[in-house]
Every structure is written in C-alpha cells, then in structure tokens.
Design a protein around this ligand. Structure first.
Ligand code: SF4
Ligand code: SF4
Length: 392
C-alpha cells in the first residue's frame, strides 16, 4: 500500500517546482518586456513605514498633498489596500544610464553646468527627462508584462504602478533585491549605480520572494549630502522635498522661495547632483537601449535658456500641452518652465537674457512675471522688496 505521507511530499515537491517555474517564466517575461532588473517582494507593509510617516508629519512632502491623503497613505503602507488579495510585488527597473557616447551637448553638461559662459546658459535638465515621459514607457511595458502573466496564469489579477502610485517603491525594490537605499534616498545597485527608474506590478499570485538586498554600501561616504546645493538631504536618509531642486522645479506649482533661487543655478528641470557625485555611478553602465529616447518629432530643449524661453513665451497653455505632450516637461507646464527659465536666466545672465526677461515681465502669467522681475533685479545687482512684489 502506498505511503500517503510520501504522496503528499511528492505533490508538495511538484507544486514547488511549478511555482518556481512560473516565477522564472514571469522573470523572463519581464526581461522580454524590456526591463533591466526584475525582483519579487512580498506584499507586506513596507519596512520603512515609520520613516515615511515621520516624513509626512514633518511636512517634508511640501505641496505634494496627494502623498498625505489618508487613503493614499493607507495604500502606501500596505499594497493589499491598493490591490485586494495582493500577495506579491514584481518590481522592475529601467536603466537610463550615464551620458552615452555620441550624446548632444545638452546631455554632456557637467554636474554644475560648467563655469564657462556658454555652459552657464545651458538649461540643465535631469537626464531621465530628455526624451519620452518615463511613465508612458513603463506603462506600456508593464501592460505587456501583465498580459504575459495573464497568459502564464489565467485569472491572475495585476495592477501597475509607476512612481505616481501609492507604493513605497524603493522600500519594495530593496526587499526584492534590486539594491539599497542610499544616503541620497535613491536606490543604488553596486553594478548599476542609480540611473534607473522603478515600476511595480502588484499581483494576487503567490510567488516566492527574492532575497532582499541587505548590505548598506554607502559606508562613511557623505558626498551627496555635501554636494546638495540646497541642503535638502538630511541625516537618516531623509529628503526634505521642500528644499530639493527636483521638487521646486517640477512639482511645486507656485512661487519658488527667493532664498533658494540662487542655488538653483541653471537647473531648469530637476537635478542630478546627488547622483552625479555618487561613487557608485562612476562606472555605471550605459544601457544598450535608450528607453526614454525622444519620439520622432518630439521637441528637444534648445541648448540655450534664452532660445528656450523665446520658444515658450508665445505659447498659451493649450499650445504648450500639444507641443510637449508625452514629455516630462508637461508636468510643470508652460508657466512652471518659464518660471524656472527666468530663475536660470537671472542666475546666468549673459547676452540675450535681459530682453527675454523684459518680455516675460509682461507675460500673462503672474507667476512668470514675478520670477522675471526677480531675475531682472538680480541682473541689476539689487532687487528691492517693493519692486519684487509690485505687479506691473
Ligand atoms: S536632487 Fe539636487 S537638490 Fe535634490 S537632494 Fe539631490 S542634489 Fe539636492
Ligand atoms: S554619494 Fe555616498 S553617501 Fe551618497 S548615496 Fe552615494 S555612496 Fe551613499
């Protein structure tokens, strides 16, 4: 007579083998969809939930009120709130890499934009933004991965997220083995650096998690903290977003605090400094594919702030949206970008800055007018409070 316990063990072995095979098929499908890293994390509350709650309580999220909404917080603190029955997070990344060979002058700008006058007048743009909006690229690829999972495991439910979603993605990425959270609060991998973006597919499939990345490879280094021009990186791997140039130039809708404007320099969209100085990025690989490469006909920012401001000034909001649809620049919008360019022009000065700032001083947008007045004041060497605040 057959031993029932042996039969049970054999069935369990077969189940485990099937589960492992499914996991590796999903991993292969993620790679086929174009992702560079793939890891599996349990759908459990994030390890750093307390850090996140303290971050919100301190108001470090600034005007990103969507992050502090009660329902969003609840879902960030437990992926099962975002997808009922969720058991696993498939965490994926796309490398956009350091400056590729053959890049344009715009791509090649050094960390501070350089000291020479032409370099100071270049609009410095975060590397990920010089092409298609990465959200669109992730969404397409996560949809392909979702379809593949549906084929492999009919009936499985999935839900995708790219950093707008209620998921503490770096926390989950660390748990999925993709890297560690550095002092600059970015996810870092010893072979890949930090020039990559993350996305997640939540699923109700039970998949064995990958081993977490447990090592902290920052050691005694503090380069990112020392290099940050606005002292936005606090001890304890906490970012005060209200001080961060990425937040100020992309997320903030209103006026940029005057005390921070000089430190922004010519960074008119985002900031890569705390990644540029990181030693783990010095040998970061250039990816074989440029995942966020511009589509044909997509606008590429001119290599001069004056030219970019002249291009944007005549556009109204609808014309801007039509022109910049599908790019990261649509996030701050026309007025936000012109606000940033006015600051950059005030900081850089040089030929052509004053005429375009005079034009922006009469712009339909009060936000743009105020920043243009500030910049003209900087160019004059003094700006008095009454002049800054007076409407023209
Ligand atoms: S992105 Fe720039 S401003 Fe923000 S923390 Fe990093 S170095 Fe500082
Ligand atoms: S610059 Fe240094 S401290 Fe900052 S993230 Fe990189 S290794 Fe860590």
């Amino acid at each position: 007579m057959a031993d029932p316990s042996a039969a049970d063990a054999s069935a369990a072995d077969a189940f485990m083998a099937d589960a492992r095979a499914l996991k590796e098929r999903i991993r292969a499908a993620a790679r086929a969809a174009g992702f560079d890293q793939v890891g599996f994390a349990p759908a459990a509350p994030p390890t750093h939930a307390d850090v996140y709650e303290a971050w919100l309580a301190n108001g470090y999220h600034g005007e990103m009120a969507y992050m502090a909404r009660e329902d969003a917080v609840r879902r960030r603190l437990d992926p099962r709130e975002a997808l009922p029955g969720c058991r696993t997070l498939v965490v994926v990344s796309l490398l956009y890499g350091p400056t590729p060979a053959g890049a344009t002058a715009l791509d090649r700008r050094s960390v501070d934009g350089g000291d020479s006058a032409p370099h100071r007048r270049l609009p410095v743009v975060a590397r990920y933004a010089l092409g298609r909006d990465y959200h669109d690229v992730f969404e397409e690829r996560l949809d392909a991965l979702s379809a593949a999972i549906e084929n492999l495991a009919p009936g499985a439910r999935t839900k995708r997220y790219v950093d707008y979603g209620p998921v503490l993605e770096r926390d989950h990425a660390q748990r999925a083995g993709l890297g560690w959270i550095g002092r600059n609060t970015m996810l870092l991998h010893p072979d890949l650096g930090s020039y990559f973006m993350l996305g997640e597919l939540l699923t109700d499939l039970e998949i064995e998690p990958d081993p977490p990345f447990v090592h902290d490879r920052c050691g005694t280094c503090r380069r990112c903290i020392d290099a940050c021009p606005t002292d936005a990186i606090l001890d304890g791997r906490v970012l005060d977003a209200r001080l961060c140039i990425s937040y100020l130039t992309i997320e903030l809708r209103g006026s940029i605090p005057e005390a921070l404007r000089p430190a922004i320099g010519n960074r008119v969209f985002g900031c890569d400094i705390c990644q540029e100085v990181c030693p783990w990025n010095s040998d970061a690989p250039v990816p074989a594919e440029a995942p966020f490469a511009p589509r044909s006909g997509q606008p590429v920012p001119p290599e001069n702030m004056v030219a970019w401001a002249e291009e944007l000034a005549p556009l109204d909001a609808d014309e801007f949206r039509a022109r910049y649809r599908g790019t990261a620049f649509s996030r701050p919008g026309r007025d936000g970008l012109l606000r940033n360019l006015a600051i950059g022009l005030g900081n850089a000065g040089g030929a052509g800055a004053r005429p375009i700032l005079e034009r922006l001083r009469a712009d339909p947008s009060p936000l743009v007018r105020e920043h243009a007045r500030w910049a003209l004041g900087v160019l004059q060497g003094y700006v008095g409070p009454s002049e800054q605040n007076a409407e023209s």
